[in-house]
Design a protein around this ligand. Sequence first.
Ligand code: HEC
Length: 238
Amino acid sequence: MTFWIRSRGAATALAALAVGAVLSGCGSRGDEPDLVNGKTLFVGEGTCGSCHALARAGTSGNQGPDLDAAFGPAREVGQGAATVEGIVRSQIEHPALSSSMPPRLLTGSDARDVAAYVAFAAGRPGEDQGALAAAGAAQQSDEPAIVEDGVLTIPADPTGALAYTFPEAEAEAGQIEITMPNESPIDHNIAIEDDAGDVVGTGGESTISVDLDAGEYEYICTVPGHAEGGMIGTLAVE
Ligand code: HEC
């Protein structure tokens, strides 16, 4: 499986090199790409990160190739960021026909910015600094979610980041109804142990009803890669 992805990835990269050269020849020059916007799109609604791992962006999606692995070697042999940027842009524009990657998820300067961010970040050791470090980070509450009107509400991050808006929650032992509204376009659910709510997208609600003894429980999204990516929280039951 890994081999298949690697060899496909390399082929895509080579085929795209030519396209990249053309793109950079006639692309709009002058205004610099905005890396902060690029990163925000990568982790947010553009949702590249829901399918692709990229360490600096903190994403670990696994439907598509790991972008650090895909472009790290190119960086090591001295291929410039411009080359990688060209490859990423042509991939956004023209994924393989059989690909599960939707074409033209982003266009125009957004496509340029996300490609520039991938070119900056892929395979680059260390962590993002300054404004880039804050970009795309999920906005999470410092307070725990608490039961209101008999329901514990733990929304999914509305921008599509892999997070619940409450990383912590509290409830009393007994029957608890937990609901996860999801405003983002990325499908999510909420689950505790064997009780998993429906996987829902934009505007949906994933709900479970559980009977819990006192103790500490984890709530997670069971969509593959999402709990590992950060959709995990702690429920303290007293
Ligand atoms: C629904 C899942 C999905 C989403 C969303 C997605 N991709 Fe992909 N991506 C894939 C898959 C699957 C492949 C491998 C097949 C192919 O080459 O089309 C891929 C391939 C790639 C490649 C080529 C990697 C290589 O090894 O050659 C790049 C670059 C890429 N994606 C970047 C992005 C960017 C940037 C975004 C966001 C704008 C994005 N992807 C969104 C699934 C996705």
